[in-house]
Structures are given as C-alpha cells and as structure tokens.
Design a protein. Structure first.
Length: 234
C-alpha cells in the first residue's frame, strides 16, 4: 500500500505567500566623471618621463693638468746625476813640461809592459817617495820672511799663485780612490802647499826629474837646429 505525501501539489503554489519577502537589491552609487586634471596626474604617475642622459665629462682639464710623476721615478732620475757628481775624476793643474814628462813616462811603461800606470798612481808614488822633501820644501816657503822685520807679511792660510812661463795643463788624477783624494788634500793643507795642484806639481817635478831634463835637452837641440837652418837660409 503506497504512502501518500503530506502536502498536495495544489498547496505548494501558495508557499511563496508564507515566506518573508526578499531584501531589496543594494543600491549602486552612481559613477561620477573623472576630472581632466586627475586623469593627467594619473597618466604622469603611470608613465614617468625618462631621465636625461648624463653629459660627457670635460676632458680639457685632464689634458691641461700634467700627470703627477711618482716620487720613485724622480729619485731614479736624480740618482745617476748624484752618482756622476760623486764619482767624477779629480784633477790637478801642473806645468806643461811636467804634463809632457808624465805623458812620456806612462806611454813608455805601456809600450814596455803592456800597461802603464795611471796619472793618479804616478802622483801617489811620487808623494810617497819624496814625502820628506815635499814637507821641507813647503815648510821653508812658509817660514821664510825678511830678517829684522816685525811682520811676516805673508798669509800662509791662502793659496799662493804659481807663476808659469806657459799656461798650466789640467791632468786627470785617474786611478785614485775617494779616500786617497781626501788624504791628498789633507796633506796639501798640512804641509802648507796652498792647493792640491801645487803639491802635485812639485811632487811630479821631483819624481820626473830625468824625463823633464830630457825634454829640456830635446827642446834646446830643436832650437839649435832651427837657428842653423835659419842661418843657412840667409
């Protein structure tokens, strides 16, 4: 036996009357038009203007200003100059006949032994050999003064000028180390020679006496031959 429903279809038509009425639809606010100024502002914010390209740096200042030179390169360039100044060959001025005798001696030694002494070596040998004579020679000159006078009239602290018949010749004192050069100058002061050149000239005159005499003899012979030729021409 089938069971019938509790409600009939006819009764369902009136169910809408029993339910509460639906709520009214929400009110949509009206859309207001956007002002033109606001629109332009929004566009500017959304699409920012591109940043300007950086200007190229000026190069004129870099070209005009000289590049700073490292201190090390300055020292490197100045070092050779100082080395040349400290390592320069010492010199002395002697009479021309002394220079000729010295040149002849060293040339003869080179021809005989294949190697001659340097000028500086000859000077050192001459001073060592005639040390006593040189000391006495310059001491006598300093102590000499006219008798019966109250004043010496000679200033031994100032170098005396030597008189030469011919201009003196400058010779390099090669072969002498720096310490020996200092000793040479100290001896010139200690012995009152007046200068290094005066000491060297006198030392070589004593040491090269034979060579100087030979040169003087040759000069006389040459002069005599010139006179004979002149007389013959007349």
């Amino acid at each position: 036996m089938s069971r019938k429903g509790a409600f009939k279809s006819d009764d369902l038509d009136d169910i809408d009357d029993l339910l509460p009425p639906p709520p009214p639809p929400a009110a949509v606010p009206p859309t207001l038009p956007t002002p033109p100024a606001v629109v332009e502002t929004l566009r500017a914010v959304e699409t920012p203007e591109p940043a300007p390209a950086p200007k190229p740096a000026r190069k004129t200042a870099a070209r005009s200003a000289p590049a700073a030179e490292p201190a090390a390169s300055k020292r490197t360039r100045q070092a050779p100059a100082r080395a040349r100044a400290t390592q320069s060959t010492p010199e002395a001025h002697v009479a021309s006949v002394v220079a000729d005798a010295l040149r002849r001696l060293t040339h003869a030694e080179k021809q005989q032994r294949g190697r001659g002494r340097s000028y500086g070596e000859v000077v050192l040998d001459a001073i060592e050999q005639f040390e006593t004579e040189l000391r006495e020679h310059f001491t006598e000159q300093v102590e000499a003064k006219p008798k019966g006078r109250l004043f010496q009239r000679v200033d031994s602290s100032r170098p005396r000028r030597r008189r030469h018949a011919e201009p003196p010749v400058k010779i390099p004192l090669a072969g002498i180390i720096s310490t020996d050069v200092e000793s040479l100058d100290l001896l010139a002061d200690e012995w009152h020679a007046g200068s290094r050149s005066a000491l060297v000239d006198q030392a070589l005159r004593l040491y090269l006496a034979e060579e100087i005499a030979a040169l003087a003899s040759e000069a006389e012979e040459s002069a005599d031959e010139g006179d004979l030729e002149a007389e013959a021409a007349v």
